[in-house]
Design a protein around this ligand. Structure first.
Ligand code: GLN
Length: 494
């Protein structure tokens, strides 16, 4: 029998329905687990235990009156600190928003609250979602629950660590270039980056608006699908959002049989420099799992992928420099004392932003500046089109593309102190955002030497979520290592 805090969202919903568990019991069990392991994990920036229990009690009353808002009424979901929840602090792990309280709910939060979900704490992240390790948070480290000397990944590292350490069954993250998938892979959980436009960005603090998407993190593929189905859809406050087109063909496929589905393996991906041998082996082993389920494996080519990292860091920083201009000490958050207006801007931004955020603002301003715009920004947009075309062509031949999520398992703190080294670790994830397609990371196995979780990524075409989730679900049920539950042994914080 599994412990309560080890149960999935769907199992918890079953126990709520049968009356075996109440919302207060569920929330208390997760809070208990959180109090036990959080000193070693450090996943949360804010956690209001009383507020959580209050939400659970309200939910309990609804169940007592036989009028729950949904089968999930009373189940907790953790929220990354860049997604607005009315009345809660939304700091983006930045000093500049240290005391900022959201005046409204993000679209995704409205949706989840309308189904009775309990918003459960604010999870740590890289400042303004810029980073791949959570080391850029202004408010301290989050540790990988599998090995506290290693990073949880980023930028949604707190969300991934909280889900993997079973402090909460599901969480919301955001993904601009891999920030849901890479930490999910590092911590051994599932992370879905939806198609651009599938989920409204209303209430998500913008990093790079043409790349950002909110998505679920969970311990099972089924749970990721449940949350995705609840949060996706058209919202008039985000003009890029649309309702998901339905894909009945994929939904009607039977259980474990992937017959008729073609999985593409991009030859460029397995030739990349820096791909860890253990990770490579796990990807090759997973091919066998797919073959056994009758999927056809074919080779595809994504030649423009070699420009993806450079392209991403031009486009993302350009957009970030514009988006972050609003944080000037006047309208939001922290204001530094100065004698004049310009001084207030300079000091507020100078003191409020961390090193990586400043680096990106400077880089982004540079690539947009007159004289350099054509050479960098315009060129980057052209390359973005090439990358998109590569994917379009590949998806003419296959239904999903398989790759590692990250070239190596979770690294040690401080190991990638050189910014460029950190950027290179995004090799498999950024192109997905540039093309606007969807992708899911699923735990595949433990690394042979390091015993750390390794994830594989399944990339789908635009609005191909049902297809990749279907394949991921079947993989999850047939992979060698069945469960990914870390023991969470303290070291650093203990
Ligand atoms: N690691 C990438 C970056 O630093 C991706 C971040 C993200 O997806 N938010 O920009």
């Amino acid at each position: 029998m599994k412990k309560l805090h080890e149960m999935s969202l769907s199992s918890l919903a079953g126990l709520l329905k049968s009356g075996e568990l109440s919302p207060v019991e569920i929330c208390r069990a997760f809070i208990g687990r959180k109090n036990e392991v959080e000193p070693f994990v450090g996943a949360f920036l804010n956690f209001n235990e009383e507020g959580i229990l209050e939400q659970a009690r309200l939910s309990e009353n609804r169940w007592k009156k036989s009028s729950p808002l949904s089968p999930y009424d009373g189940i907790p979901i953790a929220v990354k600190d860049n997604i607005a929840v009315s009345g809660e602090r939304c700091s983006c792990a930045s000093k500049i928003l240290e005391n900022f309280i959201s005046p409204y709910d993000a679209f995704v939060i409205e949706k989840l609250k309308s189904k009775g979900f309990v918003t459960y704490g604010r999870t740590n992240m890289d400042e303004f979602a810029m980073g791949s390790s959570c080391e850029n948070s202004a408010f301290g480290k989050t540790f990988n629950p599998w090995d506290v000397s290693r990073v949880p990944g980023g930028s949604s590292g707190g969300a991934a660590a909280s889900v993997a350490a079973r402090q909460v069954p599901v969480a919301l993250g955001s993904d601009t270039g891999g920030s849901i998938r890479q930490p999910a892979a590092f911590c051994g959980c599932v992370g879905l980056k939806p198609t651009y436009g599938a989920v409204s960005r209303y209430g998500l603090v913008a990093f790079a608006s043409s790349l950002d998407q909110i998505g679920p993190m969970s311990n099972t593929v089924e749970d990721a699908k449940i949350i995705f189905d609840l949060i996706s859809g058209r919202d008039k406050r985000d003009s890029t959002s649309i309702d998901m087109p339905s894909s009945p063909v994929v939904q009607s496929l039977p259980g474990n049989d992937l017959s008729g589905l073609r999985i593409g393996l991009p030859k460029e991906y397995l030739e990349t420099e820096g791909l860890d041998a253990g990770v490579r082996k796990i990807v090759m082993d997973s091919l066998e799992v797919f073959r056994k389920q009758n999927a056809e494996i074919i080779e595809v080519s994504l030649p423009a992928i070699r420009y993806a990292i450079a392209d991403y860091y031009v486009i993302a920083t350009a957009e970030a420099s514009a988006n972050l201009a609003r944080f000037d000490g006047i309208r939001y958050g922290r204001r530094a004392q100065s004698d004049d207006l310009i001084g207030t801007y300079f000091k507020s931004r100078g003191q409020g932003f961390g090193k990586e955020v400043k680096r990106r603002i400077i880089l982004g301003t540079f690539v947009l500046s007159s004289g350099y715009y054509d050479a960098y920004y315009l060129k980057a947009q052209k390359i973005r089109t090439m990358i998109r075309e590569d994917f379009r062509k590949a998806f003419e031949k296959c239904d999903a593309i398989l790759s590692p999520t990250s070239p190596a398992p979770a690294f040690k703190f401080g190991e990638k102190s050189d910014a460029l080294q950190m950027y290179l670790a995004d090799i498999y994830t950024v192109s997905v955002n540039l093309a606007g397609v969807c992708a899911v990371s699923v735990p595949a196995d433990l690394h042979p030497q390091l015993q750390m979780p390794v994830g594989i990524q399944l990339i789908g075409s635009h609005f191909g979520e049902n297809c990749i989730l279907r394949i991921a679900d079947s993989f999850e049920k047939n992979r060698k290592q069945r469960e990914f539950i870390p023991s969470v042994q303290g070291g650093i914080n203990a």
